[in-house]
Write a protein that binds this ligand. Structure first.
Ligand SMILES: [Ca+2]
Length: 288
């Protein structure tokens, strides 16, 4: 028994990529109340998942995949951050995070070859410190029913919604999650000053360097200096993941700093789950 939610998750073939113009303002104006808008947002949203490999530079093999959502409202692609912002504004962001986690775990469930690799799932800090602990209960359900292993999960804390939570409160909640064996990443480090503080306070297992710092690093002395400082700060450079690596020159530059993990179009675009085995076969010679 794997729970009815496994059958209820709305899955359709991937249409379109990420991004897309946001039609939410138009959509909002056609709905009269917040609650009906939000209910409609969820019921009329198709959320597809794609996965981007995170690759070890030496072995040139993936160590994990980041799960990324591609929402569509009324058939029109919506930017994932905007979809989450709207859900947050209507107090439904925990539901949104839970939905994404369930979809990713459904794809990568135990028994599939790819479940031996890490599964990185983006999560809002507010979901972690949620007072009714619903996210924690979902995790307990997943582990208790053998749907995933705690060691498989890496929760990426994203900060695109400004919210004044207390870092110490978040650290306490993270302590509970880590006691399961779940690992924590801080996303988009370098995109703003705020997450440097989180880096100090939360001592994450992984630090994901923002793509704006990584792209063009081979040609920018300033970016090289900043990345070198960050790499020196994080004790083990195995813990740093450079995001947005798009060409061999930038890959060589981050490798020269001792950074051993990266993701980006140089390796692979985000792919539908059904395409991942082919990517692994072609890139790694894996026998899927
Ligand atoms: Ca991320």
């Amino acid at each position: 028994m794997k729970g009815n939610w496994l059958q209820n998750i709305h899955k359709t073939p991937l249409r379109g990529g990420g991004g897309g113009k946001l039609p939410l303002n138009e959509y909002l104006s056609s709905n009269t109340s917040n609650s009906s808008w939000c209910d409609n947002l969820f019921s009329r949203t198709i959320v597809n998942m794609v996965y981007q490999p995170i690759v070890d530079h030496v072995s040139r093999r993936a160590v994990g995949h980041e799960a990324l959502i591609r929402p569509q409202v009324n058939g029109v692609p919506v930017r994932p951050d905007e979809w989450f912002r709207e859900a947050f504004a209507r107090r439904r962001s925990v539901d949104a995070d839970v939905r994404v986690l369930k979809m990713a775990v459904t794809d990568m469930q135990l028994g599939h070859e790819l479940s031996r690799l890490m599964l990185f799932v983006n999560i809002l800090p507010t979901t972690i410190v949620d007072f009714d602990r619903s996210f924690l209960h979902v995790l307990e359900f997943l582990f208790r029913n053998g749907l995933c292993r705690p060691e498989q999960l890496v929760l990426e804390l994203v900060e695109f919604i400004p919210f004044d939570y207390h870092l110490l409160t978040l650290a306490e909640s993270l302590h509970n999650l880590r006691s399961f064996g779940i690992r924590i990443a801080i996303d988009d480090v370098g995109a703003s000053g705020a997450n440097l503080n989180a880096l100090v306070q939360l001592q994450p297992d992984f630090v994901k360097l923002d793509r704006t710092l990584v792209q063009g690093v081979s040609k920018s002395r300033a970016k090289q200096d900043l990345l070198s400082c960050l790499a020196a700060y994080v004790d083990s450079t195995d813990s740093i993941i450079a995001e947005g690596v798009e060409d061999a020159a930038d890959l060589a530059a981050v490798q020269a700093m001792g950074i051993s993990l990266s993701q980006g179009y140089y390796w692979s675009p985000p792919l539908p789950f059904s395409s991942l085995p082919d990517w692994h076969r072609q890139t790694e010679g894996s026998d899927f």
